[in-house]
Design a protein around this ligand. Structure first.
Ligand SMILES: [Zn+2]
Ligand SMILES: [Zn+2]
Length: 77
């Protein structure tokens, strides 16, 4: 997965799987939601041949994970 930085302390976070990232400095987990960088719609996850890509239904095109817009929401616990 793409490396993401903590919104609080800017450290690179650890990817835990299932779009959950953890900042070890803040001891906070974040759920990432992937949105289209062009239209802002939520992207659909596509898995093909081991690669992960995203599809935007609004733009009707594939989006690479590096160009996608990742939005983080804090998880409790
Ligand atoms: Zn942090
Ligand atoms: Zn789009």
């Amino acid at each position: 997965m793409k490396e993401l930085n903590c919104p609080q302390c800017s450290q690179v976070m650890t990817y835990l799987g299932k779009f959950v990232y953890q900042c070890q400095a803040c001891e906070q987990d974040y759920q990432a939601q992937v949105h289209c960088s062009s239209c802002g719609d939520r992207l659909e996850l596509l898995k093909a041949c081991g690669a992960v890509d995203f599809f935007c239904n609004s733009c009707n095109e594939m989006k690479s994970k590096s160009s996608a817009d990742y939005r983080l929401s804090a998880l409790n616990g």
